[in-house]
Design a protein around this ligand. Structure first.
Ligand code: G6Q
Length: 552
């Protein structure tokens, strides 16, 4: 089969001339300290800072020189990145293992644009769904949408998992400042019954609306929770007709939605060219739109779109997602860095690292190339993080003085949404101090000069040379959030293109699902089942059956 997305000239990563040149370059640069790089070049901060779309992107505290960047850009070019970007925007089926187009960029395209999949312009369909969402959101927000017994809806519960949950939760938290405060939002994802019970225990069913989000409408966790929700609702309002007023669905599967009993008039659609982890700005964002309103939602989409256009058109040396993605390739491929820490100094972004974990790791956690060959290099790093300053009092110790190299992304804002005394100055002083300490450390001489006894000097020395990038924006707004998410989406795309993997499939999620389906009847069976797993799994199943009996 021919690969639709890559030019035939793309050769395996290690055979690309730029990779060989980078390997050479790395041996020269690997021991150079950031202290020296800054001392040698008074213009360094300016040289390695790009300001675009209101984002000040300072990557000067990375272990790079101008040569590193130009070699990485050559690598991107030799990897077919330009062609691959164009292929995505043109609706080509670049998700080759699922034979699907990858068009989350169409979700935020303005009405005036045309983006075609198989000859059909999808932009009008996108806007038709956005309009329908807006109408519904306004009805809920204004109180015009009533529950079955005539009470106003006060609680909105999103039921979904993975891509149908993480985006909505993150966006709700991130944009809470802009939310309608007389509505309560909850999110149920886990099949662990506790998630459902705790989310609903203090709510009045008559005032509750469930938004069931599932692209396939077959996902075990979501369907189980949705059925439990229906039972919970019908226990309070014993009339099947209540389902129509208290349940709406977001899905691509009309048949299954109707089978569940949700009126397809209350279904908001999306398309198979939207991957779950890229879907928070599709109808999957319905709860977000109810929370912040259609106008702010559309500002968020403008932010996404601005970054899409920047990614599509800016030269690589000034292209934020390209630079960000190439830095990951650099540390991952040459410094053996296994992780990237994302550290937002903004409490509202507390779920942003968790959201990015799925976006990055489900996308680039792959071990074969597009043509099915085992990679002989590292692919997707582990993303993780917590908001600052909390992390400073927890895991930052390891980043400062541990044995692992952990590139960090610091994210901060010039203006606080909740201005309170000098809190914001203190917050920002901390983010700047952390990046400074990581880069420059504290030498043994400096520690000695501060009067530290000799035996304590090694413990108090910070070797520094720990890389970080700082992203500074004016204020966390829906638009800025859109830009930040698209920045990471396209950084993931850049990485995946260099590694020549399919960043848009997720076969790794499948096996566990299939095996779980096989185990369910073995747990539920009244008589002792005959088990044919390995000895460990067999024993665990038996042990569970026994423990469960002990409770009965
Ligand atoms: C994301 C994945 C995955 C998916 C969930 C939920 O890219 O495909 O996280 O979003 O498994 O799937 P449904 O939306 O089909 O329930």
């Amino acid at each position: 089969m021919t690969l639709p997305s890559l030019p035939s000239t793309v050769v395996p990563l290690r055979n690309r001339p730029a990779w060989a040149a980078l390997t050479d370059h790395f041996t020269k640069i690997r021991t150079i300290h950031l202290r020296q790089l800054f001392a040698d070049d008074s213009e360094r901060s300016k040289r390695f800072t790009t300001e675009t779309l209101g984002l000040y992107f300072d990557y000067s505290k990375n272990r790079i020189t101008a040569e590193t960047i130009s070699l990485l850009i050559e690598l991107a070019e030799q990897s077919g990145l330009r062609h691959h970007i164009d292929a995505m925007f043109a609706g080509e089926k670049i998700n080759i293992t699922e034979q699907r187009a990858v068009l989350h960029v169409a979700l935020r395209a303005p009405k005036s644009e045309q983006i075609s999949v198989d000859g059909t312009d999808v932009v009008p369909e996108v806007h038709a769904v956005l309009d329908k969402m807006a109408q519904f959101a306004e009805q809920v927000r204004s109180g015009a949408w009533k529950g079955h017994t005539g009470k106003r809806i006060r609680n909105v519960i999103n039921i979904g998992i993975g891509g149908s949950d993480l985006g909505p939760v993150m966006a709700y938290e991130a944009l809470k400042y802009y939310s309608q405060r007389d509505l309560t939002f909850r999110f149920i994802s886990n099949v662990d019954g506790t998630d459902f019970v705790e989310a609903t225990r203090d709510l009045d069913a008559e005032e509750t609306l469930f938004v069931v989000c599932s692209k396939t409408f077959t996902t075990l966790e979501t369907m189980t929770n949705a059925h439990t929700a229906r039972d919970w609702m019908l226990k309070a309002v014993s009339d099947e007709k209540a389902v129509a007023r208290h349940f709406v669905a977001v899905s691509t599967n009309r048949v299954k939605v109707e089978e569940f009993g949700i009126d397809s008039a209350n279904m908001f659609g999306f398309w198979d060219w939207v991957g779950g982890r890229y879907s928070m700005d599709s109808a999957i964002g319905l709860s977000t739109m109810i929370s912040i309103g259609p106008e702010q939602f559309s500002r968020m989409l403008s932010g996404f779109h601005a970054m899409d256009e920047h990614f599509r058109t800016a030269p690589f040396e000034r292209n934020l997602p390209v630079l960000m993605g190439l830095l990951v390739v650099w540390y991952n491929g040459f410094f053996d860095a296994q992780t990237v820490a994302v550290l937002p100094y903004e409490q509202y972004l507390k779920r942003f690292p968790a959201y990015l974990q799925q976006l990055t790791m489900e996308s680039n956690g792959k071990h074969v190339t597009l043509d099915g060959n085992q990679v002989d290099y590292q692919t997707g790093p582990i993303y993780w993080g917590e908001p600052g300053t909390n992390g400073q009092h927890s895991f930052y110790q390891l980043i400062h003085q541990g044995t692992k190299l952990i590139p960090c992304d610091f994210i901060a804002f010039g203006q606080a949404l909740n201005s309170l005394g000098n809190h914001h100055d203190l917050l920002l002083a901390n983010v700047f101090a952390q990046a400074e300490a990581l880069a420059f450390g504290r030498t043994a001489e400096e520690v000695r000069a501060a009067g530290t006894p000799e035996w304590l000097v090694p413990h108090r020395t910070f070797e520094g040379n720990r890389p970080s990038t700082t992203i500074l924006a004016e204020r966390l707004t829906p638009e800025t959030l859109g830009k930040l998410i698209a920045l990471y989406e396209h950084s993931v795309f850049t990485q995946g293109t260099v590694w020549q993997i399919d960043s848009f499939d997720q076969w790794g999620v499948e096996l566990g699902k299939v095996l779980a389906e096989k185990i369910v009847p073995e747990l539920e069976k009244a008589d002792e089942p005959s088990l044919k797993h390995d000895s460990s799994t067999n024993a665990l199943i038996r042990q569970y059956r026994q423990l469960r009996r002990a409770k009965d």
